[in-house]
Design a protein. Sequence first.
Length: 103
Amino acid sequence: MTLEPDITGILWRANFPDFFLWAEWEDEEASVFFHQGSGETLLLNPLGAYLLKTICSEGISIEKLAHRTARYFDLPVDKALLGTINMSLRTFEQKGLVLSSVS
């Protein structure tokens, strides 16, 4: 699947990845993330947690992130997945958790 040109050249990275703290419980579907720099606390579903953890480990393009996410969750790389990832990244960016830059 081809991505829209306005999002393919963007690299996403964590805003101070060392500022992230999170808690996860084996029997729960949700994870709690706290970013010490922004003061933001989030309750994330497995997809959101996976996206944020992946971005914390490396700067990544949305295309690469979509393919890794699809493999991890056994999903197709389609418009629905790309839209969900893009929306999640934009929300994380608004909260000061991630930064975007043109590659």
